[in-house]
Design a protein around this ligand. Structure first.
Ligand code: HEC
Length: 310
């Protein structure tokens, strides 16, 4: 038997199929399965190795057997291998084309300056396709124009409802993420109160109940070691301080939306001048523009940079 598909197509094809199957069936979250689970990579590696090994063995066996054949058998084998799809029964039954030798049977006596016309039957593949279209058209006509199942407008509206549902599920599974690039100062009372509550649970030990400072610096003055403004403060609470490990990163403990609230709470107390305030540390931080969220000054940028390139 002749191999219809050569090995350099067969091996990648088989491998790709198994690879795609594993990625499809193994639930590995955002990452591809072969990165998330080393066992998958190992399996795929062994699988590829075996595929190649089998190909090599088969082609070696073929070569050896070929050498053992008599001249006549070799000829027979070559004949059998020259068999192609165009000779197959399936192909013939789908086209019903006449061999060149039989064309005389279907020749019409039309002659246009030597160009002759054949009366071939319509190819069955084409005829079946046409029948299929007719059936489809009848079903479609009855369903949408006679029974009136649903209109295009209704279909569109159903799709919208579906999308809305998916969108809600997505938001439930992936609550809106705040990060240093999109964080904005919150000023509504509820958020500030929430920030104050969480600050009371996690931060007062070092920064004091009125943010006056203790082990950590005073957070109410306009001096900042790591830069002021909502972006720098948000980043510092999330990542911790690179200058002093006592200020640990909180991003794994507190949700990003809550860190945003704490940062807003801290900023809301700027200039509150609590009693027993710790002496200012760091440098005076000036925001350019009118609001906290305005384009950061050059100074802020250098601070953020120094935090990212730690
Ligand atoms: C274990 C003590 C400790 C705890 C708990 C702590 N901090 Fe700090 N914090 C510090 C220290 C020390 C620094 C100074 C870091 C430096 O020098 O860079 C600091 C710095 C800061 C700064 C930056 C101040 C500046 O001038 O740049 C902010 C903002 C801050 N902390 C907020 C918080 C918040 C919010 C919490 C609670 C989630 C918290 N800290 C919990 C010790 C603490």
């Amino acid at each position: 038997m002749k191999n219809i598909i050569p090995s350099y197509v067969r091996v990648p094809l088989l491998f790709a199929t198994v690879f795609a199957g594993m990625e499809f069936f193994i639930d590995s979250g955002d990452k591809p399965a072969f990165i998330e689970y080393p066992m998958v990579s190992l399996f795929l590696g062994v699988f590829l190795f075996l595929l190649i090994a089998i190909e090599i063995v088969i082609s070696a066996v073929d070569k050896v057997t070929y050498q053992l054949l008599s001249e006549e058998q070799k000829k027979q084998l070559e004949e059998a291998q020259s068999f192609s799809f165009a000779d197959s029964k399936l192909y013939k039954s789908l086209t019903r084309s006449k061999a060149i030798e039989e064309e005389a049977d279907v020749m019409l006596d039309h002659d246009y300056d030597g160009i002759k016309e054949l009366d071939n039957v319509l190819p069955p593949w084409w005829v079946y396709l046409f029948y299929g279209c007719i059936v489809f058209a009848v079903v479609y006509l009855v369903r949408f124009h006679i029974i009136g199942d649903y209109t295009q407008k209704e279909e569109y509206e159903m799709a919208l409802v579906e999308a809305q549902k998916e969108h809600e599920e997505y938001l439930k599974a992936n609550p809106i993420q705040v990060n240093v690039d999109n964080v904005e100062l919150l000023t509504d009372e509820a958020s500030i109160a929430e920030g104050k509550k969480i600050f009371g649970e996690s931060c007062v030990a070092c920064h004091g109940a009125n943010l006056q400072g203790g082990i950590g610096p005073n957070l109410t003055d306009n001096h900042w070691i790591n830069g002021g403004g909502v972006k720098n403060i948000f980043k510092l609470i999330s990542e911790g301080s690179t200058k002093n490990p006592t200020m640990a990163p909180w991003k794994d403990v507190i949700k990003s939306t809550d860190i945003q609230k704490i940062a807003s709470y801290i900023i809301s107390l700027e200039g509150s001048n609590p009693s027993e305030a710790k002496a200012p540390e760091g440098e005076i931080w000036v925001a350019e523009g009118t609001t906290e969220t305005a384009a950061p000054t050059e100074k802020v940028e250098t601070v953020v940079d120094s935090l990212t390139t730690k």
